[in-house]
Design a protein around this ligand. Structure first.
Ligand SMILES: [Zn+2]
Length: 107
């Protein structure tokens, strides 16, 4: 294959093919040996703590998630996984106490 393509991160093979582009327009590569797909020069985007706090506040409003993702600069899949993590952290048990029963004939 071409010289400037990196080896496969899983098996080290240089038998790679271009495999379409990811949603940000970067070239996706696929290893012919192990079928691993990867992106050359990927960037790990770190979501700032302030952005997460803003998203926490926005989630309390009736705003579409796509609008939240556009204004805060995060991706919709990231927002979905963030909300899923928050949802998992919410306790599912309802804390209820038994009502005190009024004694019959006491009133
Ligand atoms: Zn491989």
């Amino acid at each position: 294959m071409s010289v400037n393509l990196p080896p496969c991160p899983s098996c080290g093979s240089d038998q790679l093919v271009k495999n379409s582009k990811i949603h940000h327009g970067k070239q996706n590569l696929k290893c012919l040996e192990c079928s691993r797909q990867f992106v050359q020069d990927r960037e790990n985007k770190v979501i700032e703590h302030a952005t997460k706090e803003l998203i926490d506040q926005l989630l309390l409003e009736k705003i579409p998630w796509s609008g939240m993702a556009r204004t805060t600069g995060v991706s919709e899949p990231w927002l979905q996984s963030y909300v899923n993590a928050i949802y998992e952290a919410v306790p599912k048990q309802v804390k209820a106490r038994a009502k005190k029963r009024a004694l019959r004939g006491s009133v």
